[in-house]
Design a protein around this ligand. Sequence first.
Ligand code: FAD
Length: 357
Amino acid sequence: MELFEHPDVLVVGAGVIGLSVALELHRRGASVTVLERGVALAEASTAAAGMLAATDPDNPPALGPLSELSLHLYPEYLAHIQALSGHLVSFQTNLTLQQTYPATSDITPAQLDRLLPGHALSQLHFTGLAERSIDPRQLAPALLAAVRAIGVHLIENTPMLSISAHEGSISVRTLRRNLAAQFVVDCTGAWTRSDYLSASLPVFPIKGQMLSVAIPPALPLTFTLRTHGLYIVPRTSGPHAGRAIVGATVEAAGYAKATSNEAIRGLYDRACQLLPPISGAPILEQWAGLRPATHDRLPILGALPENPRHLFATAHFRNGILLAPATAQVLAALIAGDPPLIDLSRFLPARSPTSLA
Ligand SMILES: Cc1cc2nc3c(=O)[nH]c(=O)nc-3n(C[C@H](O)[C@H](O)[C@H](O)COP(=O)(O)OP(=O)(O)OC[C@H]3O[C@@H](n4cnc5c(N)ncnc54)[C@H](O)[C@@H]3O)c2cc1C
């Protein structure tokens, strides 16, 4: 089969990770093609709640430095996307009330009453985190417009079938054509093929079901509420202002993305217990997405030891929206041969199973 695409870098997978990597590589002068099995940004990246939850106590501690780097990069990442696309992507919230374990509290009942005047929150104990969120469905069209504006070649409806290494290049086979590049970055999320990785580090899907409700007009909900296993994230500006996202289930259920009325009802009922004023609020939408997971719950970032041209940026599990800017910088630095921005040993594709958290 003829080889007729020769970008510097071929990114496989047009989710938030693949497109953010493409944007950063292009900024550094590389020619980039993005290959997408379906259509761009139609999988996990638009199913997400959009919390930039770097301080979620459920995160593995080893994620800390990458999360902090990404938070630091976020304002500039959004500004760059806005400059290229003309789309504003705003932070939706600046505060998260996180249920505390054990039940000690640094938010007093009086402070809670100031946050939601006249609206009793459930009797749980909370701590206040200076944590932001964005709306991934506001980010998606902006990111896509930015990538299109700079002329990154996006080839949709074209799955990668296999990858092969050659002297001085690497190529990807698809049904219609082969594409050769200096580097391939695999950003295929929950579909990352484990046969390229060590047997001890498979990537697998963890389904999350979610719903959105209309926030009652009299409820001034401007912050995120999160317990162990449930969150309520309001959209405060943009196309979805006035709705709150309620999530999410965490299910090992293969690649099926159907929602179940039982799971959605369960989330809704628990949300109403946590925040009684939303009882009776209409459900506007329900959906499910597939988080790309590893057993140690850490992403896979970097090249295969046996082939430095074959890199991965995948398995961001519950934090891919948070980690997109840092992932893009880390991958671009690796490809440029620049010194790593943070210690990447916990994220390498060849990390040892003994390093599991
Ligand atoms: C319910 C839910 C809630 C979440 N909430 C949050 C949150 O609040 N904050 C946060 O930071 N993260 C959150 N996440 C996690 C976040 O959504 C993911 O970590 C992130 O979207 C992963 O991005 P990605 O680009 O790797 O994957 P995806 O968006 O899934 O993109 C992967 C792409 O690769 C393509 N692809 C697959 N195989 C091939 C192939 N062979 N050839 C070509 N293309 C291929 C797919 O079609 C897809 O478009 C949530 C996820 C879910 C499901």
